[in-house]
Design a protein around this ligand. Structure first.
Ligand SMILES: Cc1cc2nc3c(=O)[nH]c(=O)nc-3n(C[C@H](O)[C@H](O)[C@H](O)COP(=O)(O)OP(=O)(O)OC[C@H]3O[C@@H](n4cnc5c(N)ncnc54)[C@H](O)[C@@H]3O)c2cc1C
Length: 465
């Protein structure tokens, strides 16, 4: 374990508006805990920052003491990146303010806010920005890696809506990054992860959304998997752009009130379609899939946007064990569907599944080099493979299931690239594959300028050139 000098620690605690925690303090265990129960790490120091100046003090302290530094936004990284044993955790959890300017349609969001914080504040004005599909996820890590959710077709990734960011750099300076100020840093922040500094606030452009939207959840049993996924794929190109969707392959039916009791936990496949337009438009959007392959059961209902954002929260409770790997597929070919459906029965945990995001519309209209996003800006699918269980044995089995299913899909993809935010092992090869060599080299040059000593390396790391 890295040692810290008592004097420096005392001075940090005195100077900070927030608090400093060490092992044995009342809130220490709660503050060090991560969403992924696979990781039980004990930082030497947790700096619970309340302001950007606190963050700057903590960065200076960590650098001067030679401590490993981790930055914790919402604590949801699959790789446990936001904590390490014996290091300094810069904890942003109390920096969760969200200030909305409804006239200008802008939100300034603290670096430690969750999507639930963001949605609650923006929906008070009938506004929203693309986030993820689980509301307790952190805005920080999600945005810095890209950010995809129900609004990706209509409004692009979270980063496509980022106007500016306030950042504490490795040398302790606080700067603003935007199209006009530190434009290279601003480019790198939009996809380059936590490599370039600690973002203390994000400024997003907002859009009118809801407050009520339209939800359809269609479920098929395993035997009809191939037919169902082909019907989903064939219907997707003609869906209106004001539609969000997720194919939840290899899903076990939830024991929710809308699911007939005899189908609770039944293995199968689902399609979730969200309509941001009228009820009629939504009904027309889902009609072709229902006609071609009638579901075993379905739910079609209006839902508040904030309810939509929280409806999957229970599927990913805090502290559960999880292992994730994903891959981009330009086409959902019959062969890919055969792999997905064929591998589905082999999962051990009812909570494991394969969410498949469709990326097109506003996503593909952003230029390839306009942001540092780790993935190509073409219409494609992002197939996520997620092994999830409270039970250690089931978890280990499904970690193997995730890996072997990824191996089976790999020959069908153009490359090994996958979305870095959904990756439990973002090693060097995986990081380079996601960015491609030209983008990686550009990121490495910017890293060399802003963090030459690679102070921020507990992440999908970009090595300074
Ligand atoms: C249950 C679950 C559901 C998810 N659903 C989606 C989804 O629908 N769409 C999607 O796009 N992604 C999704 N993700 C992936 C998610 O985007 C990543 O796990 C992301 O890293 C989470 O960010 P965080 O701030 O909560 O995590 P943390 O573990 O706190 O941080 C993750 C990384 O980002 C860095 N970081 C965080 N905040 C800051 C900051 N303010 N400044 C600098 N660096 C920072 C950390 O150092 C770390 O390297 C999901 C993840 C989980 C666990």
């Amino acid at each position: 374990m890295t040692q810290t000098t008592g004097g420096g620690l005392g001075a940090l605690g005195t100077a900070m508006t927030g608090s400093v925690l060490v092992d044995g303090d009342l809130d220490y265990d709660e503050a060090r805990s991560l969403w992924n129960g696979e990781f039980d790490r004990r930082p030497a120091v947790i700096a619970r920052c309340a302001t950007a100046s606190d963050v700057a003090l903590a960065v200076d302290f960590g650098r001067q003491e030679g401590l490993e530094i981790t930055v914790r936004g919402g604590g949801h990284s699959f790789s446990g990146a936001s904590a390490c044993d014996g290091g300094l955790m810069i904890h942003l959890g109390t920096m969760n303010h969200v200030a909305v300017d409804p006239e200008r349609r802008r939100a300034v969001v603290g670096g430690g806010a969750t999507l639930a914080d963001l949605d609650a504040a923006t929906q008070a004005h009938g506004l929203a920005v693309t986030g993820g599909v689980i509301s307790h996820t952190g805005v920080g890590g999600l945005t810095l890696g890209g950010g995809m959710g129900w609004l990706v077709q209509e409004h692009g990734l979270s980063i496509d809506n980022l106007e500016s960011a306030e950042v504490v750099l490795a040398d302790g300076r606080c700067v603003r990054a935007s199209a006009d100020e530190h434009p290279d840093l601003f480019w790198a922040l939009r996809g380059g992860g936590g490599n370039f500094g600690v973002v203390t606030s994000f400024e997003f452009r907002l859009h009118p959304v809801g407050p009520e939207v339209h939800l359809a959840f269609l479920f098929w049993d395993q035997d009809r998997g191939v037919e169902a996924l082909r019907a989903c794929r064939d219907a997707i190109p003609s869906l209106p752009e004001r539609t969000g969707l997720l194919i939840a392959a290899a899903l076990s039916a939830p024991d929710a009130p809308f699911v007939p009791e005899e189908y609770h936990f039944m293995p199968g496949h689902a399609l979730i379609v969200v309509g941001f337009g009228s009820a009629e438009e939504h009904a027309a959007a889902i009609a072709p899939v229902r006609e071609v392959c009638p579901p075993l059961f379905e739910l079609v209902t209006p839902i508040p946007y904030t309810g939509l954002q929280q409806m999957l929260d229970d599927a990913a409770p805090w502290g559960i064990r999880s292992y994730d790997k994903c891959i981009y597929l330009e086409e959902l070919t019959d062969e890919a569907i055969d792999v997905i459906v064929g591998r589905a029965p082999d999962k051990a945990s009812p909570m494991s599944f394969m969410p498949i995001f469709r990326l097109d519309g506003a996503f593909e209209r952003v230029g390839e080099d306009d942001t540092a996003f780790g993935g190509r800006r073409v219409a494609q699918y992002m197939v996520d493979l997620t092994g999830v269980s409270e039970d250690e044995e089931l978890f280990r089995t499904d970690r193997g299931w995730v890996r072997s299913t990824w191996d089976a899909l790999r020959p069908l993809a153009g490359s090994a690239a996958g979305y870095l935010n959904l990756n439990s092992e973002p090693d060097d090869d995986r990081v380079r594959a996601a960015y491609g060599s030209a983008k990686y080299e550009r990121l490495a040059r910017i890293k060399a300028e802003y963090d030459p000593g690679n102070l921020f390396h507990h992440n999908a790391n970009i090595k300074p050139t």
